[in-house]
Design a protein around this ligand. Structure first.
Ligand SMILES: [Fe+2]
Ligand SMILES: [Fe+2]
Length: 318
């Protein structure tokens, strides 16, 4: 196992603890021990473990209560409960408390090792994904720092797009791609000279040509990611329009969720403050979106859903 994986073992019986420690030894983990739930929670001051293996019946705080506390602190922390055979009721309570796994006593030590290893590896993977997301967010912030007036643009566009997708009835597996895609839609602006993004003056035609390269730049930046094929439409096509007047590819078949990002992008750009113009009111920005739909650039369905989403989330009042 790679890295310094930490596992917290909680058991009030010294003999049982010793047995568990011996069973885990071949995994080369850093093992923390506690003799009851309360002590286990105190151990967390040194950081979070990658998995918790806990006995059920202990003084001061039992395994179920500990599980509930741990899950309240971190819902994704793997908790493995050690139960005696036949404790069906307890098992059900354990599931209710949020336990991820159960091991019957007497414990099969080989099984114990495999289960713990599996949970710790999943936890590592999850931490890696969280790190990746933090890195991407830092990239988005770096883009937004180039123009003080766009701070939070990516996150707002993601929020509006998710709301709209909810109205449109999006599939569960598409939500995460949409969220990341919307967040990253302008990531290519990192490759555009700062003075063109500051938004403190109208741009010349040549300057616009350079700014309009950002969807292609973004597409290139994200290429090394495994998720690239799924994020690509949002990053590359968020300025495309159904009548072919958009850029960079001039396509006429723009996926519905990409249009949701496009609508959110237009809306947020109009309602945000720029130095050379006042921010539009929500109703005014929606009027612009309606015109886009009337002229066949965005679908009526998306613009209607966008409006419903704003109403539903009380950005707009009836
Ligand atoms: Fe853009
Ligand atoms: Fe944008």
């Amino acid at each position: 196992m790679r890295g310094i994986a930490r596992v917290l073992v909680v058991d009030d019986e010294p003999l049982q603890r010793a047995l568990l420690l011996r069973a885990l030894a071949p995994l080369g983990l850093e093992v923390w021990v506690a003799s009851h739930g309360q002590e286990a929670l105190e151990r967390l001051q040194d950081g979070m473990p990658h998995a918790v293996l806990t006995d059920l019946h202990m003084p001061f705080m039992d395994g179920l209560t500990l599980t509930r506390h741990l899950k309240a602190l971190d819902p994704l922390l793997p908790v493995i409960l050690l139960t005696a055979d036949g404790e069906r009721e307890v098992r059900l309570k354990g599931i209710e408390a949020g336990a991820d796994d159960f091991l019957h006593r007497p414990v099969d030590l080989a099984e114990l090792r495999l289960r713990v290893k599996g949970h710790v590896e999943r936890r590592f993977l999850q931490e890696k994904l969280e790190d990746l997301e933090r890195a991407l967010l830092a990239l988005v912030r770096a883009v937004e720092a180039k123009d003080p007036y766009t701070a939070g643009h990516g996150e707002r566009v993601a929020r509006y797009a998710l709301w709209t997708a909810e109205v449109l009835g999006v599939l569960a597996h598409e939500v995460e791609d949409l969220r990341l895609g919307a967040l990253l839609h302008d990531v290519g602006k990192i490759a555009i000279p700062d003075h063109l993004l500051r938004g403190d003056r109208p741009l010349t035609e040549e300057e616009w040509r350079i700014v309009r390269e950002h969807p292609i730049k973004g597409d290139e930046i994200l290429k090394p990611l495994k998720a690239h094929p799924r994020l690509r439409p949002y990053v590359r096509w968020h300025h495309e329009r159904l009548d072919g007047s958009g850029y960079p590819d001039g396509i006429t078949e723009v996926p519905l969720l990409v249009q949701a990002v496009a609508a959110a992008d237009i809306y947020d750009t109009l309602t945000s403050r720029r130095t050379y113009r006042h921010p539009a009111k929500p109703e005014e920005a929606l009027e612009v979106l309606r015109e886009e739909a009337d002229q066949g650039r965005l679908s009526q369905e998306v613009v209607r859903a966008f409006r419903s989403a704003l109403l539903r989330n009380r950005v707009l009042r009836r």
